[in-house]
Design a protein around this ligand. Structure first.
Ligand code: SF4
Length: 369
């Protein structure tokens, strides 16, 4: 099993300054029941009170020095009095994002949130009308699309990719491409919590089946100036289908400004972060701890295959549940010099864009990511 050594690149890329302002116990309540919800099997959803959320906001801003926080866990638009939290966040310089299904964003509510200081929205759009409605609720697609007209702040979009919607991805990309360029995330379903104990998950799809549609969607949106991220896809599959540069897994999260600082999410104290070698190294070690049981343990099916791969220190591989269900035949390890830079593919792509074919110390000095 590899011992990660990421020290050589420390400080080369800006780290995320964003945290996850979790709204309640077990995620907090939501007024919809999306098929793939991480908390589908959890009960006892309770929101924290406003005072507790303000305390979390203070901790993010003053203890960890964060600048952004995503309000999510449950559904922020059903939290009574969330405006008080938004006002507080604005006052202390912590920019707020709602991660929301967008169903309740009426003109009146939006006005109230935005006047209280809400920074932007990250909206779940899980396919075109038929697929989205089958995943979220009947009439949901039309409602969220109508509500988009009410928003006066920037909007980004999320789609959790699964068998119910992957064929929609190019169509959805065409639909989004008519808007101002923004950010679009295609998120591979992560079997967290109770999902991890299952083998069959009826809405799940094989990565290599979804990959060509993902690539088509990327091409459509990138041509129009959108930033497109694909979250939690094994790198060999992303590479085979031509979107390794778009892949963001646990090892890339620390460098993604839209993602949550892993050390903060894992509630590390500052002295622990210091002992682990600082914010960057602490996050990479957390990423490694999350991934190691999947692909670094030779007793796992992927462990045997990934153990020889040169990308094994920057790749999530598939989760254990996925390995049990689909096996690991679609993984294609690449033999060669071990890659330890999580931004390897994005950096190479950007260098190529600048006409710098070869990675060398001069290009390193010029690099701005
Ligand atoms: S480590 Fe495994 S999953 Fe990742 S690129 Fe290599 S073979 Fe594929």
């Amino acid at each position: 099993v590899d011992k990660p050594d990421f020290s050589y690149k420390t400080g080369r890329y800006p780290l995320t300054r964003r945290g996850w302002l979790f709204l309640g116990v077990n995620g907090g309540p939501c007024d919809r029941k999306c098929k793939h919800c991480y908390y589908a099997f959890q009960k006892d959803f309770i929101f924290y009170d406003v005072k507790t959320l303000k305390m979390f906001a203070n901790k993010f801003r003053y203890y960890y020095g964060l600048e952004y926080a995503d309000l999510t866990g449950g559904e922020p638009t059903i939290y009574p009095g969330i405006e008080g939290v938004l006002e507080h966040m604005a006052m202390i310089g912590l920019k707020s994002t709602f991660i929301t299904h967008g169903q309740n964003l009426t003109r009146k509510k939006v006005k109230s949130y935005e006047s209280a200081g809400l920074g932007d929205y990250l909206i779940s759009l899980h396919g075109l009308e038929k697929s989205h409605d089958s995943i979220v609720n009947q009439g949901g697609f039309k409602r969220v699309v109508r509500n988009l007209d009410n928003l006066g702040r920037p909007v980004r979009f999320n789609t959790t990719i699964m068998n119910l919607n992957y064929k929609d991805l190019p169509g959805l990309a065409k639909f989004l491409s008519q808007r101002e360029p923004s950010v679009y995330n295609m998120i591979n379903f992560n079997p967290f919590h109770a999902w991890s104990l299952k083998t069959e998950i009826d809405f799940q799809e094989k990565n290599s089946t979804m990959a060509p549609y993902i690539k088509e969607a990327i091409d459509i949106l990138e041509e129009k100036g959108w930033e497109v991220n694909v979250r939690y896809m094994p790198l060999c599959i992303a590479k085979k289908y031509g979107f390794a540069k778009n892949q963001v897994g646990f090892y890339q999260v620390p460098y993604d400004k839209w993602e949550w600082d892993l050390a903060v999410t894992h509630n590390l104290r500052q002295e622990q972060i210091y002992k682990l070698g600082g914010r960057e190294r602490a996050q990479l070690l957390i990423a490694h701890n999350l991934v190691a049981p999947r692909i670094h343990d030779p007793r796992m099916p992927a462990g045997r295959r990934c153990g020889i791969c040169r990308f094994r220190l920057i790749c999530d591989g598939p989760p254990p549940q996925y390995q049990r269900r689909y096996g690991v035949d679609e993984l294609q390890p690449e033999i060669g010099e071990l890659v330890t830079d999580p931004m390897y593919f994005r950096r190479n792509y950007q260098q190529k864009q600048r006409g710098e074919e070869k990675w060398n110390s001069t290009s390193m000095a010029k690099e701005r990511i």
